[in-house]
Design a protein around this ligand. Sequence first.
Ligand SMILES: [Zn+2]
Ligand SMILES: [Zn+2]
Length: 140
Amino acid sequence: MTDIQKDRIHEMRRFGCTYKHIASALSLNEGTVKTYCVRATRKGIMPPPTPLPDNLCKQCGKAVVQIPGRKKKIFCSKTCSQNFWNSHLYLVDRSSKYLYHFTCPTCKKEFSAYGNPNRKYCSHECYISGRYYGEAVDGQ
Ligand SMILES: [Zn+2]
Ligand SMILES: [Zn+2]
């Protein structure tokens, strides 16, 4: 296991991800992840998962209005939720119905996006060159 993977395990555990989810996100064995977490917790280098700070948006830090009796919200808006998950895609469960999978028409790379079924390009660069060359061809 690399240091990068270890860091990621720590981060994912802080977000309350399960061993199974971490293992699939990092292409590791679930038992390996579990053993590592148990040892790290025992050694005191991994604090147990802590609940998220109350009423603050995890993306922008603004206060989140909670609706009594409803599931606790961790983002103030849909935009914040999408931005957060798209920059932390490895935290999203692969089976989430909000996770969409695409193949970029410019670089042919497979990528995923959260909460947006209409993405086409993997990056802004690909979007620009995809459009540019697309239009040039159309104009001929
Ligand atoms: Zn927010
Ligand atoms: Zn691309």
